[in-house]
Design a protein around this ligand. Structure first.
Ligand SMILES: NC(=O)c1ccc[n+]([C@@H]2O[C@H](COP(=O)([O-])OP(=O)(O)OC[C@H]3O[C@@H](n4cnc5c(N)ncnc54)[C@H](O)[C@@H]3O)[C@@H](O)[C@H]2O)c1
Length: 403
């Protein structure tokens, strides 16, 4: 733990690709009383770009390296932020916890259930704080909904829906080489490979880990034709991307059952033409929220009386800000702050550094991380077995009943 609340926090960044550089900027610009002391990437070009960001802000020049072990043994690092490719997260995060460096780790799905247990066991052995940097938990609507749910506005929750519905065909075909982690994944696996942006906020709304838990899931995959089709049209039939074998279905639909009786439906939908949406829906006994038409529908309110003409109420979500906007967002907007992904990245980092300073429990802890990442492996197993139910391990070993 950082000993005093005003101590400068020394940060080492591992992985400075697109995301790492964006987090670096938000960390530097977020008034968090931090200093970036070490930068690490296997690519010298990426290190140069990151160094430039630091120089632009007249911050002291950091130590740079290409081997993350140097970050973990560096005396001038309290905290590491990991934004490498998916396949390295668990290994680096566990080694960091063992070296006593507090961890902020980017999002990804797991490669095995054992990896999820490895995170949990390493945390339980070391008690080094670790937070998964799931920024979507800090979206304005997601936090407002948390407020509304806690105040009982939607009544008893029954069903939630969400998705990672983001057309990343151009990113995969135009910007990633054949050895990039995304392409390697797409050609080898078929699963909900990116479940945390949608499941994270829903798990917080449903109190997963606090009297509720994820019990089981079933997943089904569509065929896998979107990426090759896009590559053929944009690169020609001879291009390597047009011929790479894709195993990853274009649309994966997963249904999760919770111990509290609620159901969750998740959509992974990233290789067909579509608009961006996390498609969040929340339904309880008293009302509903729907992201795709930015609306809230509450029994007995004016909008419910107009139910025959319900579409006239679409887009009414702003009416609820006055009463339910989350304090984090209220203060962020009042200060006219900015930041990545409309501000949620900056808010997430503020929360992370605040938890470090105050020594409070990480708001997205190792058990959340294991639960959410595990969906990737369980969905893969379910799809392989034609949509068979797969059980979630109880990573909290029963403590979810009491917490
Ligand atoms: N939360 C979000 O909104 C969000 C957005 C984009 C990406 N991400 C996540 O961030 C992570 C990185 O994604 P990206 O788009 O920046 O990918 P990227 O390929 O652009 O960057 C990954 C970087 O990690 C470096 N790297 C790989 N192995 C390394 C190692 N062993 N040591 C040091 N550096 C290493 C690579 O050289 C590269 O620069 C992924 O987990 C991705 O899912 C999250």
């Amino acid at each position: 733990m950082i000993e005093t609340t005003d101590k400068l926090i020394h940060v080492g960044m591992i992985g400075l690709g697109l995301r790492g550089t964006s987090l670096l900027k938000d960390a530097l610009d977020g008034h968090n009383n931090i200093k970036i002391t070490v930068l690490c990437d296997i690519s010298r070009d990426r290190l140069d770009i990151a160094k430039e960001e630091i120089a632009l802000r007249n911050e002291p020049e950091p130590y740079v390296c290409t081997d993350y072990h140097e970050v973990l043994s560096h005396n001038d690092v309290d905290v590491v932020i990991i934004a490498t490719g998916w396949e390295t997260h668990v290994q680096i995060a566990c080694e960091a916890m063992l070296s006593g460096k507090i961890v902020g780790c980017e999002v990804s799905g797991a490669y095995s259930v054992e990896d999820c247990w490895k995170l949990v066991h390493t945390y339980e052995k070391t008690h080094t704080p670790i937070m998964m940097l799931e920024n979507c938990c800090y979206g304005r609507d997601e936090l407002m909904l948390l407020n509304m749910v806690n105040q009982g506005v939607f009544g008893e929750l029954v069903h939630c829906q969400g998705g990672y519905r983001h057309d990343i065909r151009s990113l995969c075909v135009d910007d990633c080489g054949l050895d990039h982690f995304r392409i390697k994944h797409f050609s080898a696996r078929n699963c909900d490979y990116y479940p945390t942006h949608d499941l994270g906020p829903i798990a917080k709304l449903l109190g997963i880990g606090k009297g509720n838990r994820l019990l089981s899931l079933v997943s089904v995959a569509s065929k896998a034709v979107g990426l090759n089709s896009y590559a053929i049209r944009n690169k020609g039939t001879d291009d390597a991307k047009s011929n790479v074998r894709i195993a990853q279905g274009d649309v994966i639909t997963t249904t999760i059952k919770c111990s509290g009786g609620e159901t969750i439906v998740l959509f992974l939908d990233t290789t067909l033409p579509r608009f961006y949406s996390r498609g969040l829906q929340v339904q309880g006994t008293l009302g509903m929220y729907c992201e795709d038409n930015l609306s809230v529908y509450i029994d007995n309110e004016e909008n419910a009386k107009l139910d025959t003409n319900w579409s006239s109420q679409w887009g009414n979500v702003e009416q609820y800000r006055k009463d339910y906007d989350h304090p984090l967002w209220r203060s962020f907007s009042e200060k006219k702050e900015k930041g990545g992904h409309d501000g949620m990245d900056r808010i997430m980092l503020n929360v992370f550094f605040d938890a470090i300073r105050t020594g409070s429990h990480m708001p997205i802890d190792v058990y959340d991380m294991a639960d959410w990442k595990c969906v990737t492996v369980l969905s893969e197993q379910s799809i392989l077995q034609g949509g068979a139910p797969c059980l979630f391990p109880d990573f909290r070993n029963g403590r979810w009943v009491m917490d």
